[in-house]
Ligand binder design. Structure first.
Ligand SMILES: *[C@@H]1O[C@H](CO)[C@@H](O)[C@H](O)[C@H]1NC(C)=O
Ligand SMILES: *[C@@H]1O[C@H](CO)[C@@H](O)[C@H](O)[C@H]1NC(C)=O
Length: 287
């Protein structure tokens, strides 16, 4: 009995390790977005939503990591493949199991949830297998396609109805445009590694301009969104202040370690961006 339990725990840990480094970029921001935007209907919906997001993140991450074991062995030796917790063929099997599970689960909800799963599957395929990860524009499109699919799927599951209203649709569109213009935030810290792999990211293509652009985009979006979602003056000052802080920390602190830190702040800002629609729903942040 105990050995069975120990083994189950071991395998559960392995699966969680696949997703752990992107909980901050996918799981948490998408959960917050869906709760605020849908808006959240009930506790069971919340739990199903969490499960749906996490399962889909796992599906994408296994597919990614089953092919980058060599790359991960250097930077992330604790990941399941380089750590030897799982073999490459087991990971491939697990990948297809997760794809089937996600597809089946979403299909039970209907076509409108099956489509986000399909889009996630296709964007991951393009990104990993067809090498779009190595090209700036392709990478950006895959990221946005993926992000929007997560948002739509999670919002439909967490809300009272699977039909998205005007506010939800607007929130998804705004978030897509915002990701499109700020996603380079994740590339600054990886410039050295990406150069070695021969990748052209925005920060590599235009080192100075991409920093200035990021600064402008963060401030511009903060001002625009404060106005767009009608948040109160105090909240607006705080939110714009944070946006400016993140922008300036990217602009002035340029070492790899500092860029990693800025990226964490960026994710905090992104999380707040995703809470803003809540205001239109509840008037909670009118302060
Ligand atoms: C994990 O999956 C998410 C969602 O597709 C993706 O954004 C992220 O880059 C993936 N990370 C890894 C390490 O596989
Ligand atoms: C896995 O995802 C990471 C981060 O998104 C990316 O840099 C890497 O190229 C991907 N690996 C493969 C094999 O596509």
């Amino acid at each position: 009995m105990t050995t069975l339990f120990t083994r189950l725990r071991y395998h559960a840990q392995t699966v969680v390790l696949f997703t752990i480094s992107d909980l901050k970029t996918i799981f948490f921001p998408i959960s917050v977005f869906a709760c605020a935007t849908a808006p959240l209907h009930s506790t069971p919906r919340l739990l199903w939503g969490f499960m749906w997001i996490w399962m889909h993140q796992l599906m994408c991450n296994i597919s990614n990591q089953s092919r980058s074991a060599a790359e991960d062995a250097i930077n992330k030796p604790w990941r399941p493949l380089p750590a030897g917790r799982i073999t490459e063929s087991q990971a491939t099997a697990l990948r297809w199991v997760s794809v089937s599970l996600c597809a089946w689960w979403s299909a039970m909800y209907g076509l409108d949830l099956f489509l986000p799963t399909l889009t996630l599957f296709i964007t991951t395929l393009l990104y990993d297998e067809f090498g779009l990860a190595g090209h700036y524009v392709g990478k950006n499109f895959c990221n946005i396609g993926g992000y929007i699919s997560f948002e739509i799927g999670a919002t439909k599951i967490m809300g009272a109805s699977q039909v998205m209203d005007y506010i939800s649709v607007t929130a998804v569109c705004v978030s897509g445009a915002l990701i499109f213009t700020t996603i380079q935030a994740q590339d600054f810290a990886d410039v050295e590694g990406d150069k070695q792999l021969g990748r052209i990211t925005f920060p590599i293509y235009a080192p100075e301009f991409s920093r200035a652009f990021t600064l402008g985009a963060l401030i511009g979006w903060s001002v625009f969104l404060s106005w767009f979602w009608h948040i109160g003056p105090l909240c607006a000052i705080g939110f714009i202040g944070l946006g400016a802080f993140v922008g300036f920390s990217y602009y002035t602190h340029r070492t790899e370690a500092e860029d990693r830190k800025s990226y964490i702040f960026y994710n905090v800002w992104l999380m707040l961006v995703h809470v803003l629609p809540l205001d239109v729903r509840t008037g909670l942040i009118r302060l």
